[in-house]
Write a protein that binds this ligand. Structure first.
Ligand code: ADP
Length: 549
């Protein structure tokens, strides 16, 4: 068997041996021409052929592009063998020695050329010998058959012997070219990752760093050589601090094997604190955890600006709300018959209007504070057990008068015969959501009914507020839950409002683990609904609920 790494599988070495054989042929020809009884006339012809062959071989072997091209190898070998055959004519009988040389050349070709090319060399050589034999019957006539048979047998034997070697060589060449391709792909991917502006680390399942890019080092201002980074724990370079304190960046994905997790973390390195936005993706192989790819971006400046802006808004809103609540309180007190304040009916009318306006302002500022908190992701929930049926009915009752003032009837219906379970949720937020829907229903309905329905889905409770009001155009229905969106033109609108109400319902519903939706037809009315889960899902809130925080 021919083993990989042996002489016969090494194309370059065989090629070199071919070159040496050709050179030996030239030397042998020169020696034979000097030492055998050849006429001067013949000698000159021999040297001319030798000269031509020498130049030809020198050129051929000087350019790898030429000698590594298998098609050109065929041409060169046939030319060479033709030349040897020619020289043999000039040398007469003594030239027969050269037969050995071209036999060796043909045999070596069996180890480097594919079958079709090898067959061409053998045929070309046979043709050369046949031509020479035809030109000069003296030399080859008797030996012609011997040459032909000899060449054919040699070719077959060499090829059979070379078969294994060629196979091994081919495999070697394929795997070599595959390795080259892989290497170049690897280089390309590395260049791509290096040109990213996001930092990147690749870690194994033990959090050891396998790969990083330049941006990772520059964001974290790390100056260290590759050998000091690779193989080290990610937490040595990216000591992340989550909302609950120090936490290794891969904790969440390694814990849940979820597809990809985006988070914001703080990183404290020396006296520097930076805020980063991270995207961590687990690397799984047949369901087994192999590691993770971490992308991160420095968001310190953006976050600081956001925080400053939100802080300003929160302080401003809070500072406005405090005196407003005082004004609203005093106006309420003046209107309370128990206060025994003395004023005429016109003054009473003014006080009533001022009281309503102060209530609207407090409502607006409360909405703005809710939106700020939602955008900061700091909307806290205060979970309690709620009996939904009684809870919703009480809210509906509190709107009876308001509905009556507009000539509307307000109803409450439970859609299921099944027991509505007690749910754990935030009652303040729930009340705000239901009230917002009912207020809108009354506001946008001129006559008819407002119905509040309570239903049960597979794992959720469904609360709907249905009215017989103006309805909403189809194209607008997808936008009305957006912040500040109002269907009426602000210049011509008849109803007051900021466009924050539905956005807040959506934000609160999502915070409580639910969804919102609307169905509406212009002129017929609308049905606004939201769901909340029967079993509250956010583990962190539940933990606080159980600990009674
Ligand atoms: P606001 O009521 O303060 O304008 P909302 O976010 O509560 O803001 O509502 C956004 C818009 O959605 C309203 O301006 C109104 O055009 C439309 N809308 C809300 N509820 C209803 C309803 N029940 N019937 C018709 N249109 C409604």
């Amino acid at each position: 068997m021919v083993r990989e790494g042996s002489f016969f599988t090494d194309g370059k070495r065989i090629q070199a041996l071919s070159g040496l054989t050709a050179a030996a042929g030239i030397l042998a020809t020169i020696l034979l021409s000097v030492f055998s009884p050849v006429s001067d006339d013949q000698k000159i012809k021999i040297w001319i052929v030798v000269g031509i062959v020498t130049v030809f071989i020198a050129i051929f072997n000087s350019f790898p592009k030429i000698y590594l091209d298998k098609r050109l190898t065929v041409v060169s070998d046939v030319v060479y063998i033709f030349m040897i055959a020619l020289v043999m004519i000039f040398l007469g009988k003594s030239g027969s020695v050269l037969v050995i040389l071209y036999m060796i050349l043909v045999a070596l070709d069996a180890f480097i050329l594919p079958l079709s090319y090898f067959a061409l060399v053998v045929l070309g050589s046979m043709l050369s010998i046949a031509c020479i034999s035809a030109i000069n019957t003296n030399i080859f006539s008797s030996d012609f058959a011997f040459h032909m048979y000899g060449l054919a047998i040699l070719a077959i034997v060499a090829r059979v012997v070379a078969k294994d070697a060629l196979l091994v060589k081919e495999e070697k060449e394929t795997s070599e070219s595959e390795i080259i391709e892989l290497e170049s792909n690897k280089r390309e991917i590395r260049n791509l990752l290096e040109s990213l502006s996001d930092g990147m680390f690749v870690v194994n399942a033990e959090n050891m760093i396998n790969f990083y890019n330049k941006a990772a080092l520059s964001i974290l201002k790390i100056v260290a050589s590759e050998d000091k980074i690779l193989g080290r724990n990610i937490n040595d370079f990216l000591p992340t601090i989550g909302p609950d304190g120090p936490e290794i960046i891969t904790n969440e994905v390694f814990g849940s094997l979820s597809s990809s997790v985006r988070n914001n973390f703080k990183v404290v390195r020396g006296d520097r604190t930076i805020k980063i936005h991270t995207n961590v993706t687990p690397v799984l192989e047949e369901g087994k955890l192999k590691g993770a790819i971490i992308f991160f971006r420095d968001i310190t400046n953006e976050k600081n600006l956001d925080e400053q802006r939100a802080e300003f808004n929160a302080i401003a809103s809070h500072e406005i709300r405090t005196p407003l609540t005082v004004i609203e309180g005093y106006l309420f007190f003046l209107l309370d018959p128990a206060s025994k304040a003395k004023y005429d009916s016109l003054t009473k009318e003014y006080i009533k209007k001022a009281h309503e306006a102060s209530q609207d302002l407090i409502h607006l500022i409360t909405d703005i504070l809710t939106v700020i908190r939602a955008e900061e992701n700091s909307l806290s929930v205060n979970l309690k057990k709620v009996s939904l049926k009684e809870f919703t009915r009480d809210i509906v009752l509190s709107f009876k008068n308001k509905a009556k003032e507009k000539g509307l009837i307000i109803n409450f219906k439970v859609l299921t015969k099944k027991e509505i379970p007690e749910v754990i949720t935030d009652p303040v937020k729930l009340k705000e959501m239901i009230s917002n829907y009912i207020e809108n229903a009354i506001k946008f309905t001129e006559k008819g009914l407002v119905t509040v329905e309570l239903g049960l889905l597979a794992s959720e409770v469904l609360i709907s507020v249905i009215d017989t009001g103006t309805g909403i155009e189809h194209g607008e229905q997808s936008k009305i839950f957006d912040k500040f969106y109002r269907t009426e033109d602000w210049k011509t609108r008849k109803t007051g409002g900021t466009g924050l109400g539905l956005f807040i319902v959506k934000t609160l519903a999502e915070r409580l683990g639910g969804r919102v939706g609307v169905q509406s037809e212009i002129g017929k009315g609308s049905k606004f609904f939201f769901t909340i889960p029967v079993e509250y899902k956010n583990k962190k809130d539940l933990k606080e609920f159980k600990e009674g925080k």
